[in-house]
Ligand binder design. Structure first.
Ligand code: GH3
Ligand code: MG
Ligand code: MG
Ligand code: MG
Length: 343
């Protein structure tokens, strides 16, 4: 029996249904009943997929774009309804599927067994069309509430780990990243680059143009720096006008090149604001650790801080390498850096 899918535009239905047609799976081996269920739910505006046995039901529910609600017959070839429920509930990595069991078995023990297997609700045959529609709506309402909770949790998680002004990771998140990457490096080897950036004379920007405009400049500088990194690098706002960049697998040369690209992109052109063009530059402290040295993440931070201090002392708008005088260079020698491949 092929899998059937019916869609119908929401405008055609008289009933109140969700803005986007919800996908519903019907698994029923009795062809007459299956067609009746299909007709009923399609008429209500749902996107219906129907199958005639439990194995097909499981395949649809575990597949791409699986329906979020399933109406499963109890007795079916292949797998019975409660067995499909059990298999679905074993998988916690997938979006929740609301399951409504259809059964001709009216004894209380069977109903309990169905619910124990993971079904959310049940309906006994012969069922009333109105009641089925009402129970489907209850299921969709619960799914929608659950979706709102998930979205709210995701939003909270984002807010807890990101800086509201720049949209970058916040201090806590970028510090967590440096500790995590350092642990990974100890385990797996490789190099780890860390960069600390600080906008130059930023107080003057605020003093000259006001704090709001300073915010806009800060935001654009953050955007320019983010544009320089690889997808697996982390850029975070470390403090007021300071940024911390964690570059897993970047060695000293790679980290210095990255810092130099960031420095150039900030200095290259003025930032256009509502009050006109504002020129800013930034100074960078750079450190890289290799797997042979036993340095803690906090010590790496001290190193970049120290290198940044030196970059400020030496005139700002430059990058300074920590603890490796041979690799240390200023922006004046940046032209000697080997061109980086486009990322
Ligand atoms: P230096 O080159 O030595 O770093 O000079 P600086 O003026 O940047 O350094 P200082 O630490 O004296 O000043 C940092 C300034 O950054 C002062 C503070 O008002 C500003 N700042 C920090 N956070 C924000 C922010 O969120 N928005 C704005 N507009 N300014 C900020
Ligand atoms: Mg059956
Ligand atoms: Mg500062
Ligand atoms: Mg500063």
């Amino acid at each position: 029996m092929p899998i059937r899918s019916n869609t119908r535009s929401i405008g055609e239905t008289a009933e109140a249904v969700p803005a986007t047609a919800s996908r519903i799976l019907i698994a029923e081996d009795d062809p007459v009943l299956r067609r009746m269920l299909e007709a009923l739910l399609v008429k209500s505006g749902y996107d219906v997929v129907s199958v005639s046995d439990g194995l097909q039901a499981l395949r649809v529910l575990e597949g791409e774009g699986a329906p979020s609600l399933a109406v499963l017959d109890w007795v079916m070839p292949g797998l019975e309804g409660p067995q499909v429920c059990q298999r679905i509930r074993q998988r916690s990595d997938r979006p929740y599927i609301y399951i409504l069991l259809l059964t001709a078995l009216t004894q209380k023990g069977n109903v309990l067994q169905g619910l124990e297997s993971g079904a959310d609700d049940y309906l006994t045959k012969p069922f009333d069309a109105q009641e089925l529609r009402a129970r489907v709506r209850v299921g969709l309402r619960i799914l929608s509430l659950q979706q709102s909770l998930i979205s709210a949790r995701e939003e909270l998680r984002f807010q807890a780990t990101h800086d509201a002004l720049t949209g970058l990771f916040n201090r806590g998140a970028v510090l967590e990243s440096i500790h995590r990457e350092r642990s990974r490096q100890v385990r797996e080897g490789g190099t780890l680059g860390v960069i600390l950036a600080d906008l130059d004379h930023f107080k003057q920007v605020n003093d000259t143009y006001g704090h709001l405009l300073g915010d806009a400049v800060l935001k654009e500088a953050a955007r320019r720096m983010s544009g320089c990194v690889r997808p697996y690098d982390t850029v975070g706002r470390y403090g007021g006008e300071e940024f911390l960049i964690v570059a897993p697998t970047a060695d000293a040369t790679g980290s210095l090149s990255l810092a130099e690209r960031m420095r150039e992109t900030i200095a290259a052109s003025p930032i256009v604001t509502s009050a006109g063009e504002v020129r800013v530059t930034a100074s960078f402290g750079v450190a890289a650790s290799d797997p042979t040295e036993s340095i803690a993440a906090d010590s790496l931070l001290l190193r970049v801080d120290d290198a940044l201090y030196r970059a400020k002392e030496l005139g700002r708008n430059r990058c300074e390498m920590a603890s490796n005088p041979v690799a240390s260079r200023s922006s004046a020698t940046s032209a000697q850096l080997a061109p980086e491949p486009t990322r």
